[in-house]
Ligand binder design. Structure first.
Ligand code: GTP
Ligand code: MG
Length: 197
């Protein structure tokens, strides 16, 4: 079982020249702004302040690379769907994503985060389609699972699965940072992703 014993931020990038060398397995976290990507990274690493978390969306605006156990990287991607950004900022966001997805040999999978309470947005569907197109679709994380009743959980997970048109093999993992649940399942998924050639 993967245990994260070491984590460091090693690069903050907007341009490929600022990426670390493409010499290691990477798994990226993608999703709407405020869905909980940075919180999830802190939860997994057990470090409360590794990635900046905010209740106002649009906190992470750069591509942040974290070195895990000196052996692979988790990449925290900037969120999308943040209403207040200008047209030029959202154009830059798209360019930034395209360059990242197209240029990283080491990028094994992208893990999409969606809020367990809501039907995935058009942009979530677009992002997942984009990931599928590149063969980078990995497990989907349903975040903030503490916000739904146990009885509603399955219905919401099914709606997410259906809306994203996930394959039967694709995994969907409910996680709550607040309740500290879902961590083992996610770590074992990540372990498998980075082990795969
Ligand atoms: P951007 O950086 O803007 O893309 O957002 P992000 O996806 O990194 O979200 P972030 O981790 O900053 O979290 C956004 C808000 O959601 C914060 O107020 C978190 O405390 C809250 N949050 C994250 N995970 C959970 C969870 O499991 N349960 C609950 N209840 N709140 C959570
Ligand atoms: Mg963030």
């Amino acid at each position: 079982m993967l245990k994260i014993v070491k984590s460091d931020i090693i690069a903050v990038a907007v341009r490929p020249q600022q990426y670390p060398p493409d010499d290691m397995a990477e798994v990226a976290f993608a999703g709407r702004s405020n869905v909980g990507k940075s919180s999830l990274l802190n939860f997994l690493t057990g470090r409360k302040k590794l990635a900046k978390v905010s209740s106002s969306p649009g906190k992470t605006r750069t591509i942040n690379f974290y070195l895990i156990n000196d052996s692979f990287r988790i990449v925290d991607l900037p969120g999308y769907g943040y209403a207040k950004v200008s047209k030029s900022v959202s154009k830059n966001w798209g360019q930034m994503m395209n360059r990242f997805f197209e240029s990283r040999e080491g990028l094994r999978k992208v893990i999409l985060l969606v809020d367990i309470r809501h039907k995935p947005t058009k942009q979530d569907v677009q992002m997942y389609d984009f990931m599928k197109y590149y063969g980078l679709d990995g497990p989907v994380i349903a975040t903030k699972s503490d916000k739904v009743k146990k009885s509603e959980m399955n219905k919401n997970l099914q709606l997410i699965r259906k809306t994203l048109d996930m394959s039967d093999e694709a995994e969907i993992i409910p996680v709550s940072v607040l309740k500290k649940s879902g961590k083992d399942k996610l770590l074992s998924a990540i372990e498998q992703i980075v082990a795969d050639e």
